[in-house]
Design a protein around this ligand. Sequence first.
Ligand code: ACO
Length: 426
Amino acid sequence: MSTATLLLKGREYELPVIEGSEGETAIDITSLRAKSGAITFDPGYANTGSCASAITFIDGEKGILRYRGYPIEELARQCTFVEVCYLLIHGHLPSPAELIAFDAKLTRHSLIHEDMKKFFEGFPPSAHPMAILSAMVASLSAYYPNSGDSELNIIRLLSKAKTIAAFSYKKSVGQPFIYPRNDLTYTQNFMHMMFAVPAEDYVVSPAVDRALNLLLILHADHEQNCSTSTVRMVGSSGANLFASISAGICALWGPLHGGANQHVIEMLQQIRESGQSPRAFVERAKQKDSGFKLMGFGHRVYKNFDPRATILKKAADEVLASLGMRDPLLDTAIELEQIALTDPYFIERKLYPNVDFYSGILYRAMGIPTNMFTVMFALGRLPGWIAQWKEMVGDDKTRINRPRQVYAGNTVRNIETLEEALAMTV
Ligand code: ACO
């Protein structure tokens, strides 16, 4: 095993070096504090490996993304979302028999307990569907306690989340809930629950169904991002699957993470409505004191291109064409991208469109409202969170996640007695 040598205050410390299966190098600092008293400092954990994982590989410099070794481009072209769920959770693509059994279980567990339907009544119609989704997912633990079969809970979560998501939309538009149908696939069922009404069925077109599968696959996992790390962080304390994933949903909601897809569309709408040019918005994003960022641009890991954005840009074009639609926001997005990609500010900082830049255009084409975009991201990311949670639970190296800090506050001081305080004021 190779080692790294750290020279600290005149003393040398040997630290083991770990090599990943794709050759990435990590210095194992687990013994550093015990040996030297020092900790490492890495706000935002940009250089910290929190675990060893066999699920997803990313090379941000080369724009590579693979789930369980399979390139994202191949999975996007050849698989359904359900197959990718199986792959992430079980480590291999399902055989035909495994797929039938998995699909059947997902179908059988898609109803939510009738009592849970009453929860929706308590939310105001204006409630953000992410608030409802996270609350309902945490509430599943009340119905399916941790002591139960965790494989079955995984199926329940995967299947019921789409029902909860669709119900949260129905709640927001004041329509009756539409129950899942056992003759439909996972994605068809979701669209059915979203858009059917008691008086009229909803038939999903093959183009929309394919686009939905594609979107969910592209979001399915992304190694140790903010929400996945949150799932692992919460799960490391022994919290159950539903509680851990609910926390991940909350982390995803933020505009710097999954919430960006909603904000991208709002930004594009704002550009069109303001009458200002996209260039003016690019200029504003460069001014640090403006508080404005180009939403859907930049990524902690990708520094060349985000392969998911490349796939989605092409898909947005194709899906709109096949539906005979034109979305002026797509034109604005393309113009904005071209300006940013040739601007020295964005070139120097290696800022490229990320997965959220074009996803909203596709969701709009499917009729999905803007405030549901992040819920769509959460549905896609579910198998990844579940796979990561399962890997963490089964890893004997897992310890409760508990970072250290560098304390920067007051050194010791004592509360003054009244007499002392009075003496000071005289
Ligand atoms: N617009 C303008 N400037 C930007 C942007 C942007 N979208 N993104 C980064 N920058 C600038 C930063 O201000 C910083 O500039 P500086 O070096 O002069 O201080 C530099 O580029 C580096 O960016 P950081 O914020 O340090 O990068 P970090 O890795 O911490 O953040 C993040 C990555 C959060 C994605 C950031 O690029 C961002 O806020 N983007 C917009 C929100 C977004 O699209 N989020 C979705 C991410 S993908 C996902 O979660 C699915």
